[in-house]
Design a protein around this ligand. Structure first.
Ligand code: GDP
Ligand code: MG
Length: 449
């Protein structure tokens, strides 16, 4: 990961002085690679790196983290700030909401290339507004180029339980927009959504049409819909549209694909407008407010569950894990195995983090919380297991009151602590069986992949 690579760059700097210019520049080469790998447009990457370099050089090196981690944090914060738009801060940022606070009907105009996901996104947002904000919404398709386009919106409207403007064959986009506006006023609609036509490429006729529609409908939101998978092309599209129509935001579709999020950063930089929604699938509920923090993590290749699982897979030799799972299935999860597990957990960055990020570990986490377990306790537990005899370790049920007293004394803990450990051992045995059911640690990876 980027974090590892940066740690390499900064190894010698650890824990003293300030971040030097030469080191930061070297680190920025790695950052640049990460950005380009994530499909960030070259000029945007360049600009970004200049900003981060300026921020990083001369910063005091913190004691609690490695210089590499510190730079990753600076990079991450700057990414979030850049992705976030108005109101976002470096701590994560929230999506910028739609501005619908006008005399109704508020008009939302959707623009973009053909196939970018305009029609789908129109219906998704309409459904969101209806269900989450209780808005009365109407949708109208102005796409007269594609034969079935208006019909497509109608069908989606039925699914989303949102009204669509009745289709009049042969009517031109600007006239449809006028009719939609009138109809929306008459029916006291809160939000009118205009789904416009696209083209395969940006051309003058398309831009003229968008401008004309915008001038008759006076939209409060003009959302540019772009496909996150198209990378560099998306940037060119954004550039063309933002020069011609007054964009207020971006909808980034196909974030469920393997787009690494670079398009988001480029989009934000080129249009200067916030990304308001991310499309995450074909279904109508597959849309979410855009989270700058999450996408920043994706661009840097860290901080998400996938990378956690990668780390877990590195720390735990898959073969060992399988052997262990076998033993557990046969009811042989003994104290030696528990000890190995505790060590591996420590290697993976502590219990809290692991348990907090893996949905499958929720139960184990609750059990650990119930038994008063935290990272400091890991060492205690190790001492307790260390004070057991070989036989006791493989057969913990031998531990009667007398033996528990001896083990407690030997490890400098209390009988209560020994009991907690034994309880945890039982709970973990159960949790591990569940992980085994899901296909072991490798299976976990597949679940989140
Ligand atoms: P338009 O030409 O811009 O109106 O695009 P459409 O809304 O018709 O979408 C084109 C195709 O992309 C359809 O098959 C959609 O189901 C699909 N699509 C739209 N948004 C998403 C998304 O966020 N994720 C995925 N996987 N598919 C999407
Ligand atoms: Mg369409």
């Amino acid at each position: 990961t980027l974090s590892d690579r940066l740690n390499g760059v900064f190894d010698r700097l650890r824990g003293r002085g300030a971040l030097g210019e030469a080191d930061v520049r070297e680190a920025m080469r790695e950052v640049r690679v990460a950005l380009l790998e994530a499909d960030v447009a070259l000029p945007v990457a360049r600009d970004f790196i200049a900003r981060v370099t300026e921020k990083a050089v001369g910063q005091q090196v913190l004691k609690s983290v490695t210089p590499g981690q510190q730079v990753v944090k600076i990079v991450n914060d700057e990414l979030v700030a850049m992705l976030g738009g108005e109101g976002a801060d470096a701590t994560g940022g929230e999506a910028v909401p739609l501005q619908l606070d006008v005399r109704p009907p508020a008009v939302i105009m959707m623009v973009g290339l053909q196939g970018s996901g305009k029609t789908t996104s129109t219906a998704k947002i309409a459904q969101l507004l209806r269900t989450k904000q209780g808005k009365k919404v109407m949708m109208a398709s102005l796409d007269v180029n594609r034969p079935a386009a208006q019909e497509q919106l109608k069908v989606l409207g039925e699914q989303a339980q949102v009204a669509t403007l009745p289709i009049i064959v042969g009517q031109q986009p600007v006239d449809i927009a006028r009719r939609a506006l009138e109809s929306a006023k008459l029916q006291a609609v809160d939000v009118l959504m205009l789904d416009t036509a696209g083209r395969l490429h940006v051309d003058e006729a398309l831009m003229a049409e968008m401008k004309a529609v915008a001038s008759v409908s006076a939209p409060t939101e003009v959302l540019l819909v772009v496909d996150a998978l198209t990378g560099q092309d998306a940037v060119n599209v954004a550039q063309s549209f933002s020069g011609e129509v007054p964009l207020t935001g971006v909808v980034l579709t196909r974030m469920d694909g393997d787009a690494r999020g670079g398009a988001a950063l480029s989009m934000r930089a080129v249009t200067g407008k916030p990304i308001k929604f991310a499309g995450t699938g074909e279904k109508l509920d597959a849309i979410e407010p855009f989270h700058p923090g999450r996408v920043a993590g994706r661009i840097l290749g860290m901080g998400d569950v996938v990378s956690l699982v990668e780390r877990a897979a590195q720390a735990v030799d898959a073969e060992d894990a399988d052997k262990l799972a076998q033993r557990m299935m046969q009811g042989q999860f003994d104290m030696n195995d528990l000890r190995t597990q505790l060590m591996q957990m420590q290697k993976m960055g502590g219990l809290g983090m692991l348990a907090g990020m893996m949905p499958g570990m929720k139960k184990a986490k609750q059990a650990m919380a119930a038994s008063g377990m935290d990272d400091k306790v890991l060492l205690h537990m190790d001492a307790i297991i260390g004070s057991m005899t070989k036989t006791e370790r493989s057969k913990p049920e031998l531990l009667n009151a007398k033996r528990k007293k001896r083990v407690a004394a030997g490890s400098g803990t209390s009988v209560q602590d020994v009991n907690k450990l034994l309880k945890m051992h039982q709970e973990m045995g159960r949790a591990m069986k569940q992980i085994k059911k899901m296909g072991g640690l490798k299976g976990l990876g597949a679940l989140f992949g």
